[in-house]
Design a protein around this ligand. Structure first.
Ligand SMILES: Cc1ncc(COP(=O)(O)O)c(C=O)c1O
Length: 336
């Protein structure tokens, strides 16, 4: 097959299985980092733009405006190129620097929110306000508003079809990060429609307010909903059986662990989902094929969570987490 546009490279991502010893379970990683923009959000970005064009809310030559920590923005930059649109990404200091560089490299215009924010504070409320205002002021512009856009969860239909084909023995559980809630809603609803016995676990960062816990700042980028912001209208709580929080240390130490033990560079939010999936398996609460998405790759975080100094400065290094993972995955301390 010869492709002619970059967005034709979206989807058909491979799966990698990590066997869990002494448990009747394996962790299946859907490698969404293999999408052309490096994250699962390529699927929904393209779908939102295509839907807006189809419904006449956006016309060729128009302007896409979105508040993004980087992954949605990168997907939108690709979609804008394909459909001949301008794209303005509204970001804050919380966005991983390499993600912002990537959006700029793909032709996005970047507007960074100014303000007196703590380093681990997400300025998402201000980001949303500025994006909506910009779109209202610029002729032919549209604020994509991924948190409230039904084309966000709908974009994951293809991912679920791929999983059914890739895991013919059946899927027993899905453990997914929750930010806008678009991916877990789109994936969990479809999995349950096919088999109501599928267990679904939503993972938010500790400090996020989606599941009713008090908010505080956190470093995990792109996921969760910080205090002061509204939970996405796309999120369907009813398709999530259990909700848990991953600390920054659990998320980042797990991402670092999976890189050095399995050779897979996964992003921070994925680290949190993997840690929680294993915790559920070892608590005897999940068995069989437990799927999680590798939302994005560690390549986007080399100067942050994969940098020892960055981690140490923020007191996020915790060797006990690596030992716990060794115990879970190898039944003992890892030996070379
Ligand atoms: C790195 C990362 N993890 C998790 C999520 C959460 O995904 P969703 O918005 O579908 O809930 C996102 C969303 O942008 C993300 O970029």
């Amino acid at each position: 097959m010869l492709y002619t546009t970059v967005t034709q490279l979206i989807g058909q991502t491979p799966v990698v299985s990590i066997e869990v010893p002494d448990r009747d379970a394996s962790l299946v990683l859907k490698m969404e980092k293999n999408n052309p923009g490096g994250s699962m959000k390529d699927r929904m970005a393209r779908n939102m733009v295509a839907a807006a064009l189809h419904e006449g809310r956006l016309a060729p030559g128009g302007i896409v405006v979105e508040s993004s920590s980087g992954n949605t923005g990168t997907g939108l930059a690709l979609a804008a190129l394909e459909f001949g649109l301008r794209f303005i990404a509204v970001v804050d200091h919380h966005a991983a620097p390499d993600k912002v560089r990537m959006m700029r490299a793909l032709g996005a215009e970047i507007r960074c929110i100014e303000g007196d924010f703590a380093e681990d504070e997400v300025a998402v409320v201000e980001r949303q306000r500025v994006a909506a205002q910009l779109a209202a002021q610029l002729p032919g512009a549209m604020f994509m508003n991924q948190s409230d856009n039904p084309a966000n969860p709908e974009a994951y239909a293809g991912l679920v079809e791929e999983l059914f084909a890739q895991i013919p023995s059946g899927i027993d559980a899905y453990v997914g990060c929750v930010g806008t809630g678009g991916s877990i809603t789109g994936i969990a609803q479809r999995l349950k429609r096919y088999n109501p016995m599928v267990r679904t676990i939503g993972v938010e960062p500790a400090g996020s307010i989606i599941f009713g816990k008090p908010g505080h700042p956190y470093y995990q980028s792109g996921t969760g909903t910080p205090a002061g912001d509204e939970v996405g209208k796309v999120l369907d709580y009813s398709c999530i059986d259990e909700a848990v929080q991953a600390t920054d240390a659990q998320a980042f130490e797990t991402a670092r662990y999976i890189a050095r033990r399995k050779g897979l560079l996964v992003g921070g939010s994925t680290g949190g989902a993997i840690y929680k999936a294993l915790e559920f398996i070892f608590a005897g609460k999940l068995t069989g094929k437990v799927v999680t998405t590798v939302v994005d790759g560690g390549e986007k975080y080399l100067s942050t969570i994969f940098d020892d100094e960055w981690m140490a400065k923020r007191r996020l290094l915790d060797p006990a987490i690596g030992s716990q993972l060794d115990d879970w995955l190898f039944g003992k301390p890892y030996a070379m």
